[in-house]
Design a protein around this ligand. Sequence first.
Ligand code: B12
Length: 238
Amino acid sequence: MSIIRPYGDTTGDGMVQVSFTLPIKHSKVADGAALQLANKMGMEPAMVVHSKPMGDDFTFFVVYGQVNHLVDTDKVQVVERDFPLLTPKEANAVIKETLRRPMVVVGACIGTDAHTVGIDAILNIKGFAGEKGLEYYKEIEVVNLGAQVSVPSLVEAAVTRRADAVLVRRWRLRRHRQARPGRVDVRRGASRADRHHHAPADRRPRTPLHRGGRGQHRPPPRARGRRRRPRGDRPLRP
Ligand code: B12
């Protein structure tokens, strides 16, 4: 059987249960809003079986209702990993066998970024969501440079420690159009945008960083008309 439908009380009755929060004070209107949303999601009839205030201005709901959608299991596409997921023991064994020395991983939050939690989650022994961090791996040597590291210092550390991998975190406002974060070319020193910003004005690469001006440098659109300090050098806002 390839066609199936959800089941709550009796086989094939199409009943599902969903939970969500709306930014509205707990009230009858809030319950009505939850029902309206459930109907728009294709749940008809639907019942608010639980609604609970979450602070003054939010309400959490559990809604139970019927959907008419069918699922064709023959059309399900399962995305498999392209590589096997190794246990820490297996990963250590592979590093030992292939590198024959500990693997060095350097990590940093660069520029003004102080969001260390994410990169700490990957590097620190305690890890994240039940997975151990890289410090847990006997064959991995972790160098966590912390927050607000300048690109030149990161590159220096990567070269001095002979890093096999460099993990970079850099936050950016969504409206900023800059080089993609997390991409630093250690061999060449830095990403194109960082090399551009950190080079003295007269030695900036001639290649365009942004669309337009083949071979001739044009400042990024947001910098035109206004001289700004390179992002990495700007002080942290209070
Ligand atoms: C905690 C936090 C802070 C803390 C950071 C404390 C610390 N020591 O890290 C403090 C209060 C300092 C802070 C400050 C600011 N924050 Co803040 N912060 C957050 C918050 C709430 C959680 C981030 C977090 O720790 N998540 C938990 C970790 C485990 O998840 P994660 O960071 O996503 O990391 C995972 C993955 O992304 C990935 N990952 C992360 N890094 C890397 C690196 C590599 C190489 C790889 C492979 C993977 C990877 O792996 C991690 C594990 O799965 C987010 C909102 C959010 N819910 O995400 C905003 C958020 C990141 N902050 C934001 C902003 C704007 C700021 C401030 C500018 C606010 C201000 N006006 O002052 C400042 C900037 C400070 C600075 N100089 O960097 C925005 C960024 C928006 C944007 N990109 O446009 C966010 C998204 C909030 C928002 N929605 O507006 N913040």
